[in-house]
Design a protein around this ligand. Structure first.
Ligand SMILES: [Zn+2]
Length: 132
């Protein structure tokens, strides 16, 4: 067992490898989820093309809602996947674990919950306020 360092600033190569591994496996999971979701949305579309003739309005409304849900799911998965991609790039650069906004180290507890986080809570909130 490695001695646990309190400082994120002093990561060992082994710790970096560990982080890379977990980021990559999450990235691969999201890729698989994405492929699943694409297949599912294709199924929805085929069903729609196949049997619209006999549909009443309620039915086609449900299908539209299903398709919207499928599309927003695709977007969400892609968004999350690109966050992990970004985190991996930052790990390679050696800037992973530091806030993109204020360059302060991101607390380890936050990274444990959100391994793809690239900014501290304060900067994230500032950015969200600006976007809103
Ligand atoms: Zn910050």
């Amino acid at each position: 067992m490695l001695v646990q360092e309190k400082q994120t600033t002093a990561r060992t190569q082994a710790e970096n490898d560990q982080i890379r591994l977990s980021l990559r496996s999450r990235y691969d999971e999201l890729s698989a989820e994405y492929e699943q979701a694409v297949l599912q949305s294709q199924v929805l579309r085929l069903v729609e093309v196949g049997d619209t003739a006999g549909d009443d309005q309620a039915d086609s409304g449900t299908k539209t809602a299903e398709r919207d849900t499928a599309q927003s799911l695709l977007r969400t998965i892609l968004d999350r996947r690109s966050q992990f991609e970004h985190a991996l790039a930052r790990l390679d650069e050696g800037t992973y674990g530091f806030c993109e906004g204020c360059t302060a180290p991101i607390p380890v507890e936050r990274l444990e919950i959100f391994p793809s986080a690239t900014s501290c809570v304060g900067c994230k909130q500032t950015r969200e306020r600006r976007a809103a």
